[in-house]
Design a protein around this ligand. Structure first.
Ligand SMILES: [Zn+2]
Length: 1058
C-alpha cells in the first residue's frame, strides 16, 4: 500500500528531446509492419491494416474523413478552470486490510453487536462513517433490485411486509405456478413480497462457535405463500438506462429445494454452528433471488454483437461475458482497462461513505479479436514521445491545445507546455488540431510510441529476448515419461515461437538446461555436429559455463537442437537421482540473460521439493493444524531470503519465470512460486502427473504459454488527473517503490489491479483521467511505450456512482485484496471484512439511493444485484475457506493465480459455467445457455458441462438416456463406462458427439489455461470435485449457500440501517 506522497517524477530514465542521439535503427521505422495507415477512418477497423507507414502519418486530412466522434473530450470538457491543487497531502484513508485492531472484526457467529457498537467498529475499520448522517432525499434514478429476505420476526412464524410504494405499479406477484409442498395454499401473499420471517436473526449461521441468543434459523422458515413466479419476489424499480427490463424468471422449475444450513456441515458460513438447525426447513424459491446467468444473458441480448465505441467519458462497457466489438475513439478498450465504477465519487467523504472500492483492472497486452485494429505505433524519431514537462504524462487525447496550437495544457497536472516545433499544428475552429485524426496519440485511447535510447538500459538498444527450457531430469520425471514428453514436444513447438507480424522467423533465442542436484548446460551452436554438455556442480555460486552457443537462434541450430532433444531422455534414463535444486536453476537463467544482455523467460519443468543442499533448499513446513489459527497465514507466505533476492534479480534483468510443477506431494508451492509470481510468470500444477491422463492437458498449457503475445522487461506507471491517485497495485508484479510497477514480462492474460484514492475533490465537469504507460521490450527486441488512456465521470450523487459500478471488476478487486490480506491476517478476519464491506456497500445504497420501502426488503443496486453471489463464492474459494481437507499447495496456487487475473478470468473462476447438454441441438451452431450453478439445476437424466477456466467436467446424471451415452461414448449405458472413459471423449461420427466435443474444444481454446476434462457420473466419488464448483450451494468445505448468504447480508444491512 502506497502511503507516500505523490511524486511527479518521470518513471523511466527521463527522455529529453534532442539528447542521446538515437541511432542504430531505433529512430528509423522498425522492420515490423506497422498497423498501417493510421488516419483512416476508425470505422475501418474491420479492414486489415495496410502495411507500411510508421513515421509521420500522412498529412492530408482530406484523404481521411474524420469519424464521428462525440464531443465528450471536446475542449470545453477540458477547460481547466479552478483545478484543485495537485499536490495536496494524501488522504488519510487506510487500506481495507490494514492491520486491524484485533477487536474490530467480530466473528459473524457472535451475537450481533448493538448497532452503535457495530457502527463504531465499522468506522474503526475505516469502513466509513455510517448511519449517522441523514440520508439525502431518495433518488430513483438508479435502477435497483428489491428482494425480500425473511425478516426477523421475533418468534412470530410469519411476517408480512406491505408492498413498497414503488411496487404498486410493478408487476405484482403472479399466481402460483407450483406451490411448494407444505405451503399453505392460501399464503398471505403480499404484493409479491411476502415471505415468512425466520426466528430472530435471520441469515445463515455464521461461524458458530459463540452462538448465543435465539437460534439463527437460516433457511429454516416456513414460507407462507406459494412461490413467486415471473417477476417473483425479486423486483426492480426505477429502471435506469442500463437496467434490463424486469427480472425474467429462470427456466428452472419451482419447488426445487434450497439446501438450508445442515447440522454438521463442516464450517458453513465461516464455521457453521452444527446442530443449530431450527424448525423443519421450508424453502425459499431459488428462482426469486438474483441470477448471474440471467444478468449475463440479459447483457448479451442487449449488447451482444454490437459495436462499443469508446467516445463517451465514463461509459459503462458491456459485461466481460458479452461478445462485442470495440471501436477506439479516444478511450482505451475495456479489454485493456475495466473499472469498479465508471463514475467516481467526487469526494473522499463520499467514497468513504459508500465503501465501494475505486479500482481499475489493467490488462496491458490483452488479446484483441481479429476484427479490431491492433495498436498503432507512433515514432517521433530521436525526440521520442511528447510528454508533459511536469508530470511526464504522454501526449494523449486529453491534452488541450491552446494559444493557436503553440502550447498545450496537460489534463493530468494542468501544466502548460510548449509544443515542440516539429509537432506544431494549427487548430480548427473548434480548437482541435487539424491533424487530429492522423495522429493516434491525439484521437485514440490506446497506441504505442517507439522509445528512444533514453528508455533503454545503459542507453543501448536491447537484444531480442531469449527463452531457456530447464528440465528437471531427476528420477520422478524420467520415470513418469515427462522428460521425453517435453523433449518431443519442443521439437515442434519451437517452430511456433512468437514473432512479429509478417516476420519470417522469431527473433527469440533459445537455450537448454537440464538439472537434478547439478546443472547441465548445452552448447547447441549451429556449427556443431553434436550438442555439448557442460556440468556445473558448484550450485552455490552459479555461473554460466558458456556464452557462445548457449542461447541460439532456433532456425540456425535446429539440427543440433533436435539431436539434443532426442538424446536427453536417454542420457538420464538410468538415473537414480531423486534430489533436486531449484533456486540455482533460476539463478542460472538470470546469469545467462545477464551475460547475453537480454531479457526473456525461463520455462522450468519441476517435480519435487528442492531438498538438495543448495541455496533455496526447502523443507516440509506444511501443517494442517495451522488452518483456522492466527498462524494460518504462514502457509501462504514464501520462505524469505533466497527467493526474495532472486525475484529482485530476475526483475532487474527482465527474467520472467514460468513454472510447470508435477508434484506427487507437498512441495512448498508458496515458496517455489514466489519468483514466478513477482516476475509476471505463470505457475501450472499437475498433481500425480501421468502421461496417459495428464499429458495432453499439460502440452496444451505449454503450447498456449509459449505462444502468448507478451512484452519483456516492463515498467508500468499509472498517472491520474488531479484529485485522485493510484495507491495500491495487485498482480504478478514487483514494486521497488510506490509508483513503478515492474514486470519481468507481461503476457496477454496478466492483469494488474490498481486501487485509487482521493487526495482532493474531483470535479463533475472535468471528470477524471488516467493514463497507463507501459515501457517494455518487444519480442523482436524493440523498446516501446504502450499507452492506455481512460476518462471517467465524477459525481456527487451516490446513486450515479452505484449505477456505473461493475460487479465483475469489483469482485476482481476484492479477490485480489483479500488474497493479499491473508498473508498478514487470519483468514477469518479477512472473510469478516469482506462480509462487512458487502453489507456496508449495499446498506449505503439502500439508505441513500433507494426509494423508501419496507425494511424487510433487500434492495440491491441493479449494477450489483449479483454481487453477493460472487462475494459468497469468493469466500468459499480454497484460499479463504479454511478447511484442513484442502491441500496447502493447492490453496497457495489458487491464491497466486487469481492475483494476476483479469476480470474475465476472475468472473469465470467465481461463477463457473454450467451448460446443460442433454437437449442440445446437435445440428445447430448455438451453445446452450448456461444455467445457475447449483445442484438444483441438475437432473438425474441430464448431461452437464461445468467449467471455471481451470477445470472442466462433463457430468452424467445416473438416469442419462442410453442413446446419449451411446452417442458420446459408444457404450450401451453408464454402467459400461470404464476408467479409460473418464478423461476423454472418443471421436465418434455422430452429431451429438461432434457437437459436444466441439463445445469442449472451443472452451479449451478460449481460456488462458487449458483444462483437464473430467467425466463424472452422478454419485461417483469424483463428483465431489464437480460439486465444489456449484457456487450457489453450500460449500463442500464450508461456506454458506448463496441464499443463506443473501439472508445474512440482508440481516447485516438491516443492522446497519437501524
Ligand atoms: Zn502534466
Amino acid at each position: 500500500m502506497s502511503q507516500q506522497g505523490y511524486v511527479a517524477a518521470p518513471p523511466y530514465s527521463q527522455a529529453q528531446p534532442g539528447i542521446g542521439g538515437y541511432q542504430g535503427g531505433f529512430g528509423a521505422p522498425p522492420a515490423q509492419p506497422l498497423y498501417g495507415h493510421y488516419g483512416g477512418p476508425p470505422q475501418g477497423f474491420n479492414a486489415p491494416p495496410a502495411a507500411g507507414m510508421m513515421k509521420s502519418p500522412p498529412t492530408s486530412p482530406a484523404a481521411m474523413p474524420p469519424p464521428p466522434v462525440s464531443s465528450q473530450y471536446n475542449p470545453s470538457v477540458q477547460q481547466n478552470g479552478a483545478h484543485p491543487q495537485r499536490y495536496a497531502s494524501p488522504s488519510a484513508a487506510s487500506p481495507p486490510y490494514g492491520q486491524p485492531s484485533h477487536s474490530v472484526y467480530n466473528s459473524m457467529a457472535s451475537p450481533a453487536p448493538p448497532t452503535q457498537q457495530l457502527a463504531n467498529q465499522m468506522s474503526a475499520m475505516n469502513l466509513g462513517s455510517y448511519g449517522k448522517s441523514h440520508p439525502p432525499p431518495p433518488t430513483s434514478s438508479a435502477a435497483q433490485q428489491h428482494f425480500q429476505t425473511p425478516a426477523p420476526a421475533m418468534g412470530q412464524p410469519q411476517m408480512h411486509s406491505a408492498p413498497a410504494p414503488h411496487m404498486a405499479s410493478q408487476n405484482q406477484m403472479s399466481p402460483p405456478q407450483s406451490p411448494l409442498t407444505n405451503m399453505p395454499a392460501s399464503g398471505q401473499l403480499m404484493g409479491g413480497q411476502s415471505m415468512t420471517g425466520p426466528p430472530m436473526g435471520a441469515g445463515p449461521p455464521m461461524g458458530g462457535q459463540s452462538m448465543t441468543g435465539p437460534p439463527m434459523a437460516g433457511m429454516n422458515r416456513p414460507f407462507p405463500g406459494p412461490p413467486p413466479s415471473g417477476q417473483g419476489a425479486f423486483q426492480q424499480h426505477g429502471t435506469g438506462p442500463t437496467a434490463p427490463s424486469g427480472y425474467p424468471q429462470q427456466s428452472g422449475q419451482f419447488g426445487g429445494l434450497m439446501s438450508g444450513p445442515q447440522p454438521g456441515m463442516p464450517g458453513a458460513f465461516p464455521g457453521s454452528p452444527g446442530g443449530l438447525a431450527g424448525p423443519p426447513q421450508k424453502k425459499l424459491d431459488p428462482d426469486s433471488i438474483p441470477s448471474t446467468t440471467q444478468v449475463i444473458e440479459d447483457d448479451k441480448a442487449r449488447l451482444g454483437g454490437q459495436v462499443f465505441s469508446t467516445n463517451i467519458r465514463g461509459q459503462v462497457p458491456p459485461l466481460v461475458t458479452t461478445d462485442f466489438t470495440v471501436q477506439d475513439q479516444g478511450n482505451a478498450s475495456p479489454r485493456f482497462i475495466r473499472c469498479t465504477t465508471y463514475s467516481l465519487p467526487c469526494t473522499a467523504e463520499l467514497a468513504k461513505q459508500c465503501q465501494v472500492p475505486l479500482a481499475s483492472i489493467i490488462k496491458p497486452f490483452a488479446k484483441l479479436p481479429k476484427n479490431e485494429t491492433p495498436l498503432y505505433v507512433v515514432n517521433h524519431g530521436e525526440t521520442g514521445p511528447i510528454r508533459c514537462n511536469r508530470c511526464k504524462a504522454y501526449m494523449c487525447p486529453y491534452m488541450q491545445f491552446i494559444d493557436g496550437g503553440r502550447r498545450y495544457q496537460c489534463s493530468f497536472c494542468n501544466c502548460v507546455n510548449e509544443v515542440p516545433v516539429f509537432y506544431f499544428q494549427h487548430l480548427d475552429h473548434m480548437g482541435r488540431r487539424v491533424d487530429f485524426y492522423e495522429r493516434p496519440e491525439l484521437s485514440l485511447g490506446s497506441y504505442e510510441f517507439v522509445a528512444t535510447l533514453d528508455y533503454c538500459k545503459n542507453n543501448k538498444p536491447p537484444n531480442p529476448p531469449a527463452y531457456i527450457f530447464m528440465i528437471d531430469v531427476s528420477y520422478t520425471n524420467i520415470k513418469s515419461g515427462l522428460v521425453k514428453l517435453v523433449c518431443d514436444e519442443l521439437k515442434t513447438l519451437l517452430e511456433k515461437l512468437p514473432r512479429e507480424d509478417g516476420a519470417e522467423a522469431s527473433a527469440i533465442k533459445v537455450g537448454f538446461v537440464t538439472y537434478n542436484k547439478v546443472l547441465h548446460f548445452y552448447n547447441v551452436k549451429s556449427a556443431l555436429a553434436q550438442p555439448q554438455m557442460m556440468v556445473v556442480s558448484d550450485i552455490a555460486e552459479m555461473f554460466v559455463p558458456l556464452l557462445d552457443g548457449f542461447l541460439v537462434n532456433y532456425q540456425d541450430s535446429r539440427a543440433v537442437i533436435y539431436n539434443l532433444l532426442d538424446q536427453i531422455p536417454d542420457m538420464f534414463a538410468d538415473t537414480n537421482e531423486s534430489e533436486t535444486v531449484f533456486a540455482p536453476v533460476i539463478q542460472a537463467g538470470v546469469e545467462a540473460f545477464k551475460a547475453a544482455e537480454c531479457s526473456g523467460k525461463l520455462f522450468i519443468f519441476h517435480s519435487s521439493m528442492p531438498t538438495a543442499e543448495a541455496p533455496g533448499k526447502l523443507k516440509n513446513r506444511d501443517d494442517k493444524k495451522l488452518v483456522n489459527t492466527d498462524k494460518e497465514k504462514t502457509l501462504f507466505q514464501p520462505q524469505k531470503g533466497v527467493y526474495e533476492q532472486l525475484s529482485k534479480d530476475c526483475v532487474a534483468q527482465g527474467c520472467c519465470v514460468d513454472l510447470f510443477l508435477f508434484p506427487s506431494q507437498y512441495l512448498d508451492l508458496a515458496s517455489m512460486a514466489d519468483v514466478p509470481s513477482h516476475t509476471g510468470g505463470s505457475v501450472y500444477k499437475y498433481n500425480n502427473f501421468q502421461v496417459a491422463t495428464d499429458g495432453e492437458h499439460f502440452l496444451r498449457d505449454l503450447r498456449k504459454d509459449l505462444q502468448k503475445s507478451l512484452g519483456f522487461d516492463a515498467v508500468m506507471r499509472v498517472r491520474t488527473s488531479t484529485g485522485f491517485r493510484a495507491t495500491d497495485f495487485f498482480g504478478a508484479i514487483y514494486m521497488n517503490n510506490t509508483t513503478d510497477v515492474e514486470m519481468a514480462a507481461v503476457d496477454c492474460d496478466k492483469a494488474v489491479t490498481v486501487e485509487f484514492k482521493h487526495d482532493d475533490a474531483l470535479s463533475e465537469e472535468l471528470g477524471a483521467f488516467m493514463q497507463c504507460a507501459l515501457l517494455y521490450t518487444t519480442i523482436s527486441g524493440q523498446r516501446r511505450l504502450r499507452i492506455h488512456n481512460l476518462s471517467l465521470n465524477c459525481t456527487s450523487q451516490l446513486s450515479e456512482m452505484y449505477k456505473c459500478c461493475e460487479t465483475d471488476s469489483l469482485i476482481n478487486f476484492f479477490a485480489k485484496s483479500a488474497y493479499r490480506a491473508i498473508l498478514n491476517q487470519p483468514v477469518k478476519n479477512v472473510r469478516d471484512i469482506l462480509v462487512n464491506q458487502t453489507a456496508h456497500m449495499l446498506a449505503c445504497y439502500r439508505k441513500n439511493c433507494a426509494s423508501p420501502s419496507a425494511a424487510s426488503q433487500l434492495i440491491l443496486p441493479d449494477s450489483m444485484k449479483v454481487f453477493p453471489v460472487y462475494m459468497n463464492s469468493l469466500m468459499k474459494t480454497a484460499p479463504l475457506v479454511g478447511s484442513t481437507e484442502l491441500s496447502t499447495d493447492d490453496r497457495a496456487h489458487q491464491r497466486l493465480s487469481v492475483m494476476a487475473m483479469g476480470v474475465e478470468d476472475s468472473q469465470l473462476q467465481l461463477y463457473p459455467r454450467l451448460i446443460p447438454l442433454h437437449d442440445v441441438d446437435a445440428s445447430g451452431e448455438a451453445v446452450p445457455a448456461p444455467v445457475r450453478c447449483s445442484e438444483e439445476r441438475l437432473s438425474d437424466s441430464g448431461l452437464f458441462l461445468l467449467e471455471n477456466g481451470h477445470a472442466i467436467f462433463l457430468w452424467l446424471g445416473q438416469a442419462s438416456p442410453p442413446d446419449l451415452i451411446q452417442s458420446l461414448f459408444n457404450v450401451p449405458s453408464l454402467a459400461h463406462l470404464q476408467q479409460e472413459h473418464m478423461f476423454t471423449l472418443p471421436e465418434l461420427d455422430n452429431p451429438l458427439s461432434k457437437k459436444v466435443r466441439g463445445i469442449i474444444s472451443e472452451l479449451l481454446e478460449k481460456r488462458p489455461n487449458s483444462m483437464k476434462l473430467q467425466i463424472v457420473r452422478q454419485r461417483d466419488k469424483p463428483e465431489m470435485l464437480f460439486r465444489q464448483l456449484l457456487v450457489e450451494d453450500k460449500g463442500l468445505h464450508g461456506g454458506a449457500s448463496y441464499m443463506d448468504f443473501l439472508c445474512y447480508v440482508h440481516r447485516e444491512i438491516r443492522q446497519l440501517l437501524t
